[in-house]
Design a binder for this molecule. Structure first.
Ligand code: ZN
Ligand code: ZN
Ligand code: ZN
Length: 369
């Protein structure tokens, strides 16, 4: 017999209720998205019919779901975890919410709750101050527990596999878009969802978020491939830069600078240092090489149930790193009209250092033309 995995959701809901009480917030209302999934395990569909979890500070949580979504919620086990009210097509779901918010002085609403629903929450709690749910859920979600780290690790392992497959491919003559589709398909061998698959060849690689298009991959091109999927809710995000045939001296030397910046930032990660200091570790290597102005973005972003979340590894962020925090390290150099290079891994802060989840080769991989 299999031992059931201990569900963390009751603990998370209890922790949230205690945060609500100490912050003096009457209730939290979140819709489909990362907060709902974190608190209940429910991966809900964002629909015009509201799905809303209400967590009052002083009462039991209640999940409001459209009747036709009930089976989907049940299949994810969420109805065994929280009390739920399934409303029919002609029923007003807010009539169920209203009594829960009666007399509320402040309500924390999901950062991505649609404005149309925020307006209804506001009507249900007249006079209440509205706050962002992330100010309460963020500090809980920012430190990943063991199971979350393992999901991130598996997610990274799947992405590594795709990067390794790319390294042995002949891509000459393919378009960026064809290569992007191929990366997406490869991710789906292990992921439940593909979130993005950026392929930027040649001069397009100078644009960090280039949309893969009809550009054909040619000998001499640098190709920045940045992709990620979702495994059991947790994202991957890896970037590798390839070159088709022998690299130019300029590309080799820029790749070397980015690799050293990446290594310096990874080496700077440990508990007790600020997010800003990790950014500085990467940025100072790139600036010293004379490319400071070409590193046009922050060094990294947190990752978990969302592709981008706290902590942001950016200049001026004085947040102190703690064990369990997971984020990307992704310095890059972008030379307009010429080429670009980026190297990205996901790392987790450990009790005394750093755990690098991606293992795929970080060197400039030469693809056969
Ligand atoms: Zn990005
Ligand atoms: Zn990325
Ligand atoms: Zn990233």
């Amino acid at each position: 017999m299999m031992v059931p995995m201990s569900a963390p959701y009751a603990d998370r809901l209890a922790a949230l209720a205690s945060v609500l009480r100490s912050a003096g917030v009457s209730a939290l209302c979140v819709g489909p998205g990362a907060d709902l999934r974190y608190l209940t395990g429910y991966d809900a569909l964002p629909l015009e019919r509201p799905t809303v979890l209400i967590v009052p500070a002083e009462a039991e949580p209640l999940l409001i779901v459209p009747l036709l979504e009930r089976a989907r919620a049940a299949s994810q086990g969420v109805l065994d975890r929280v009390a739920a009210h399934a409303y029919g097509e002609t029923e007003d779901p807010w009539s169920v919410v209203r009594p829960l918010l009666r007399g509320a002085s402040s309500v924390a609403v999901g950062d991505r709750l649609w404005a149309t629903f925020v307006a209804r929450v506001s009507e249900c709690a007249p006079g209440a101050r509205l706050e962002m749910a992330s100010s309460l859920t963020g500090p809980l979600r920012i430190r990943k527990d063991k199971a979350e780290v393992e999901a991130l690790r598996e997610s990274a392992r799947i992405a590594d596999g795709v990067a390794l497959r790319l390294a042995s491919m002949r891509v000459g003559g393919m378009t960026e878009r064809e290569l992007s589709v191929l990366i997406g398909d490869a991710l789906l061998s292990g992921c439940e969802r593909v979130n993005f698959a950026i392929v930027a060849a040649g001069e397009n690689a100078a644009s960090p978020h280039h949309e893969p298009g009809a550009r054909v991959v040619r000998p001499g091109d640098a190709i920045v491939c940045d992709f990620g999927g979702t495994f059991e809710g947790y994202g991957s995000d890896i970037t590798r830069t390839f070159v088709v045939g022998a690299p130019s001296a300029a590309l080799s030397s820029v790749h070397d600078v980015v690799a050293r910046a990446h290594a310096a930032a990874v080496a700077a990660v440990r508990p007790g240092v600020t997010a800003s200091s990790v950014d500085d570790a990467a940025r100072s290597v790139i600036a010293a090489a004379g490319y400071g102005d070409a590193f046009v973005h922050r060094t990294g972003h947190g990752i978990g149930l969302e592709e981008h979340e706290d902590p942001y590894i950016v200049e001026g962020n004085s947040l102190v790193l703690e064990p369990g925090m997971a984020f990307s390290i992704e310095p890059g150099i972008y030379l307009e009209g010429r080429f670009g290079v980026r190297i990205e891994d996901i790392v987790v802060v450990t009790a005394d250092g750093v755990d690098v989840l991606n293992e795929a080769l970080r060197s400039l991989v030469v693809l056969e033309p």
